[in-house]
Design a protein around this ligand. Structure first.
Ligand code: UP5
Ligand code: MG
Length: 202
């Protein structure tokens, strides 16, 4: 994977800041493959409860139960699991440009991804949004996510502040962060996102 030197953009921001929504827009306009770490974990839980375990990633029943419990508590799943899922999805996509959404979530995630894949992100897209707005969005999403209840949402916010913001600060110090005001309507946010991707190719 490292020999092909894939282009990676990390898409970060608090829970409900609009990472998934905007990634879908980016994919329509630019040639990226969208990989949401959270979606990959949830797919693993789903396939695990159907098949017992996933023969491809070799996640055992124990891992699946652990992932499920950690998401319910808003905790960060061990890097080993997330990176394995991301690497598998990258290989299977056949593409060499990726939006990695919702990862890395802590320093350990970041360092492990770099060590294992030897990939450094091209830049980091950071959706900055006030908590009250994110909370409103998550509580009205209604997609049956087990972590979209007020107790878990509060825990997700805490983890974001304590563990994920330092990752954004790390990349800020390297001049890699492209910050977007994510509190605006979806279309306006995307206008700002487009500018970042168009500038990158100039
Ligand atoms: N919406 C979006 N944009 C809007 C706008 N501009 N104006 C008004 N409404 C807007 O959007 C959320 C909702 O808001 C939607 O209804 C949307 O229509 C609306 P969405 O695009 O889904 O926001 P997103 O930032 O993707 O929110 P998400 O809930 O997915 O973020 P999280 O970071 O909380 O969730 P994720 O799936 O990444 O992770 C879930 C859990 O998995 C984590 O808590 C953790 O336990 C685990 N995890 C790991 O352990 N490791 C990982 O690497 C990744 C995840
Ligand atoms: Mg998402």
């Amino acid at each position: 994977l490292a020999d092909k030197k894939p282009t990676v953009v990390f898409v970060l921001g608090g829970p409900g800041s609009g990472k998934g929504t905007q990634c879908a827009n980016i994919v329509e306009h630019f040639h990226y493959t969208h990989l949401s770490a959270g979606d990959l974990l949830r797919a693993e839980i789903k396939s695990g409860s159907e098949n017992g375990y996933d023969i491809h990633t070799c996640l055992q029943k124990l891992d699946i139960t652990m992932i499920q419990n950690m998401i319910k508590e808003g905790k960060i799943v061990p890097s080993e699991v997330t990176i394995r899922l991301l690497q598998k999805a990258m290989l299977e996509s056949g593409n060499d440009k990726f939006l990695i959404d919702g990862f890395p979530r802590n320093e350990e995630n970041r360092a492990a991804f770099e060590a294992v894949t030897k990939i450094e992100p091209e830049f980091v897209l950071f959706f900055n949004c006030p908590e009250e707005e994110m909370e409103r969005r998550l509580l009205s999403r209604n997609q049956g996510r087990e972590d979209d209840n007020i107790e878990t949402i509060r825990k997700r916010f805490m983890v974001f502040l304590q563990s994920s913001l330092p990752v954004i600060e790390y990349y800020k110090a390297k001049g890699k962060v492209r910050e977007i005001d994510a509190a605006k309507p979806i279309e306006e946010v995307f206008e700002a996102v487009k500018v970042v991707f168009i500038r990158k190719d100039e």
